[in-house]
Design a binder for this molecule. Structure first.
Ligand code: SAM
Length: 243
């Protein structure tokens, strides 16, 4: 099955962009996914092909019109395809959401520009608002590329080894352990002895503890969630949290 990506944008020439090279590019050429960028402006109805107007209530910038965007959605997005809109006001994108999307038929992504999108569009159509982080980009296209890259690498046959995604950051609720490669010594620094021991059980234990140490110090939010999930007993009763 081909994973279909449909992007609604004022800049269709930005797609597939960087997703036309490397893993994603090869998968695109092999037909593992498709990329269709739709020009929102084609659905404008006035002679100037307007897609935006001044904000109700005043203020700086312009707002994307609900009527034009709805016409683009209704014409271009199949019923069974999840429709996401890129917005810093959305729910943060997670690996769980990416995995669920990658397992489906594809995804349609609406890319905002200017000050954003008329809120009535979110009330009138089933649209999931998604943010790629707590910072403001000038448009949704880079966010759409991020989301698509994260989905495409999970499609069957796209990553080299089928298991290479299993231990990655976020898959077990933790950041991944650190990696090392040759040379064995570089600028006076050596690879941790355990990784050269050949003892697979010891290596696995070391990696687990490093993943925990790094998650705890770099991402206390993830760590809290991980510990909270672990102390939940099978019966649902809460046990004492680990220090
Ligand atoms: N006025 C908006 C606000 O403060 O929430 C920011 C609008 S931004 C300049 C223009 C567009 O970029 C947004 O409509 C959205 O599509 C995209 N965008 C910006 N930051 C984003 C983020 N963190 N995640 C996803 N999309 C983003």
């Amino acid at each position: 099955m081909t994973f279909a990506a449909k992007i609604l944008t004022l800049y269709p020439e930005m797609f597939p962009g960087p997703l036309g090279i490397s893993l994603a590019g090869r998968a695109l050429a092999e037909g593992k996914w498709s990329c269709d960028a739709v020009q929102i402006r084609d659905f404008a109805t006035d002679k100037h092909r307007s897609v935006d107007d001044t904000p109700a209530g005043g203020g700086a910038g312009m707002v994307m019109r609900a009527d034009v965007l709805a016409a683009a959605i209704d014409a271009a997005v199949p019923e069974n395809m999840p429709l996401l809109a890129m917005t810093p006001r959305g729910k943060p994108l997670t690996q769980d959401r990416v995995r669920a999307l990658a397992a489906g038929p594809g995804v349609a992504i609406l890319c905002g520009r200017f000050e954003g999108i008329d809120e009535r569009l979110f009330e009138a159509r089933a649209i999931e608002p998604v943010s790629i982080g707590d910072y403001v980009l000038s448009g949704g296209e880079l966010g759409a590329l991020v989301l698509l890259d994260a989905c495409v690498r999970l499609l069957p046959g796209v990553m080299g080894a089928p298991s290479s995604g299993d231990e990655e950051s976020f898959e077990s609720g933790l950041l991944e352990y650190p990696h090392y490669t040759r040379p064995a010594e570089w600028e006076g620094r050596t690879i941790p002895e355990v990784l050269r021991s050949g003892d697979h059980a010891k290596i696995a234990a070391w990696r687990k503890s490093q993943a925990e140490i790094d998650t705890r110090s770099r991402r206390p939010d993830l760590w809290e969630r991980h510990v909270g999930a672990r102390v939940q007993s099978p019966s649902g009763a809460r046990q004492k949290k680990e220090e």
